[in-house]
Design a protein around this ligand. Sequence first.
Ligand SMILES: [Zn+2]
Length: 59
Amino acid sequence: MTAAVYPVIRCDGPDCDAEIGHAYAFTVTDVRRLRHPDGWHTRPRGRDLCPTCWKAGHR
Ligand SMILES: [Zn+2]
């Protein structure tokens, strides 16, 4: 069995398990860059926040 391995970023907000990838991303750095216009943010030390948590003020 083989499973496609693709990078995803996971939200580090409280009680949030949102995760997202991107078709053209080869690394998590690509995902962060490509998803930033969608509202995803990366905080120092590599914490990622989904648009919902970002708007909720979990920074
Ligand atoms: Zn979240």
